[in-house]
Write a protein that binds this ligand. Sequence first.
Ligand code: UFG
Length: 326
Amino acid sequence: MKVLVFGGAGYIGSHVCKYLAQRGHEITVFDNLSTGHAEAVRWGNLVQQDILNPDAIEDCFRQHGPFDLVMHFCAKSLVGESVTSPEIYYRNNVVGTMNILDAMLATSHQRIIFSSTAAVYGNPQQSLIDEQHPRSPINPYGQSKKMVEEMLLDYANAHGLDSVSLRYFNACGADPEADIGESHQPETHLIPNVLKSLVNPSQNVLKIFGDQYPTADGTCIRDYIHVNDLAQAHLLAGEFLFNRSGAFAFNLGNGSGFSVMDVVKAASQVTGRHIDYQIEAPRAGDPPILVANAHQAQQQLGWKAEYTSLEAIIETAWRWHQNENF
Ligand code: UFG
């Protein structure tokens, strides 16, 4: 397949590019490098442009296409920032995506895989969240992703544009060969922060946000899913769309919950090091427990996560963080 990957220089996008290229697919990356890394674009050519520039998107489709499939990872994704600057989120995530969809229509491209999030569900009403769970986002980030999901449904009905929205739970881990990994500035995610506190303890003290949640050890529980398992799901979702019409959505998670303290203990075991931390006040907007029911992705896409243990996931991330070069 020829695949156009919006946001292919970012954490998840670059892992998907490597995964696709290893399986013989041809990649073009479209990325403004605002949070992504040029060094992470190694499996296809880079078009350095912005999704807020509709002409640049259309030019890319015309010059480098036609493409069999589009994947879209470009997004602003800091929950806290989305609360204080919602306009950035609606402009980049909603208007930017609309620019992509309109350019697809103008150039007769029909299939897109969209990066959605567990944040579309808001505060969970049950312990295992399936796709039928009400979508009531509690922040503009989740709201912006939900709005795109609605848009995709309307574009499917009106224009026959086919899509799969993949609702990621906690993406984590790194390329097992440590070519690429998770590198955000600022870093807000738990696993990289745990490992950074080991690589550079004087500059990175691990903070644990809240230890009085209604969970066994008082820290939040999440569903950690390896980035290469997400990559596998993207390819399967693309193949799924070749036989289907409409707008679909699937959860991507392992279906098991681990607390923040479980992650710290597993990281200590993998690295063989003691991990110091300090307990801080809870972070605004963190639900106590978020765990996926991902049976739909398994049944309909044929997806099966390979990295089911926290230790195996952390081991790949640790290899990357020890040699992190971007
Ligand atoms: N945490 C810490 N210390 C840190 C970082 C995180 O204690 O340095 C805690 C958080 O408070 C939370 C858990 O670790 O309890 C996981 O936090 P992450 O930031 O790694 O992940 P989130 O669950 O907050 O975020 C993920 C996705 C978001 C998505 C959200 C849905 O990364 O894109 O789930 O709620 F919006």
